[in-house]
Design a protein around this ligand. Structure first.
Ligand code: PRT
Ligand code: ZN
Length: 289
């Protein structure tokens, strides 16, 4: 995993939610989980795909952008790639975007024809341009890509965007999404022996539980008996809610449901319109199917 940076925080948080406490060596290069037989190598994110491909590590957590760039660089197809994606982790979401100085920025990708584009992701950029049928050149930079147009190193950029504030601050406008990314878990097929595979499966059960419970809420409410169907219909991503009798009430029942999708204020307002009362929305800490 990444030693420090935008992926590291999310990765440590995920491992913590999976019930793993990581003790780090003094040199900050190694970590060890106390609860499962997992050793952790702390590195720069760019090294993670090769470390997994080459068998130094069995699994890795990395940005899909870095993994896909590495895969394209090695001219691998998804079928022949050594390491492959095992799970999407839902954090470090970002987009790789083409951006141009506001003076000539246009949503038409053809406007990049004949231009020089600075990027840390030349393979992803070239693949996108070639799919779009646009002939442009790339200038590879390892950081501070956004200053390239001002320094006349390039005409435009293809860079990672999260809020868009960095592009804005440099007078650049994002015009096309080249790649959508989030943190992913990668694994080399056949890397693990039976004991290691058991630890990996245990880790994955926990990871999937954390991901599933991220937006999940436990919703409890009272509903008029004749509105149960309409109210259940409104509960986002709830399968087979529990309907309970209320003591001394024939006209009203209680409904309990696990909603796996986000429950918005507007959903609660809709529920109220159908006669729901005493609505409670509680977070769910862990889920296992
Ligand atoms: O030291 P190391 O090599 O490990 O880290 P790094 O500096 O290469 O990467 P790091 O920690 O910045 O990012 C790691 C991963 O996080 C990336 O590969 C992406 O998958 C993901 N990620 C998510 C981002 C961003 N959001 C992001 N905003 N990576 C980079 N940025 C940068 C971007 O390059 C630009 O400079 O943030 C700036 C734009 O941010 P906004 O919010 O102004 O749009
Ligand atoms: Zn990096």
């Amino acid at each position: 995993m990444q030693k420090s940076g935008r992926l590291a925080d999310g990765t440590f948080e995920l491992l913590k939610k999976c019930g793993l406490s990581i003790s780090r060596a003094k040199d900050n290069l190694y970590g060890r989980a106390r609860e499962l037989p997992i050793d952790i190598l702390l590195v720069r994110d760019d090294d993670i795909p090769s470390l997994v491909d080459d068998g130094v590590c069995d699994i890795g957590i990395v940005g899909e952008n870095v993994f896909e760039e590495h895969r394209l660089e090695r001219s691998e197809t998804p079928e022949t790639a050594v390491a492959s994606m095992t799970a999407r982790l839902g954090f470090a979401r970002c987009r790789l975007m083409l951006a141009a100085p506001k003076s000539w920025a246009s949503d038409d990708v053809a406007s990049y024809a004949g231009k020089r584009i600075a990027t840390s992701y030349p393979a992803l950029t070239k693949a996108f341009l070639s799919r779009a049928g646009v002939a442009a050149s790339t200038a590879e930079m390892t950081g501070s890509v956004e200053i390239a147009p001002k320094l006349k190193i390039a005409d435009a950029v293809c860079d990672i965007v999260s809020t868009g504030a960095t592009l804005e601050a440099h007078g650049l406008a994002p015009t096309a999404t080249v790649f959508e990314s989030e943190a992913i878990l990668i694994k080399r097929p056949g890397a693990l022996n039976a004991g290691e595979e058991a630890a990996f499966q245990s880790l994955m059960t926990r990871v999937n539980g954390v991901i599933a419970s991220r937006n999940a809420k436990y919703v409890m409410l009272n509903a008029p008996r004749d509105a149960v169907d309409a109210i259940v219909e409104l509960l986002p991503g709830a399968e087979a809610p529990t309907v309970l009798e209320l003591a001394g009430r024939d006209d009203v029942v209680a409904i309990h449901a696990v909603c796996v999708e986000e429950v918005f204020w507007s959903t609660l307002e809709d529920l109220k319109r159908f006669g729901a009362t005493a609505i409670l929305v509680a977070p769910i800490e862990k889920m296992m199917a």
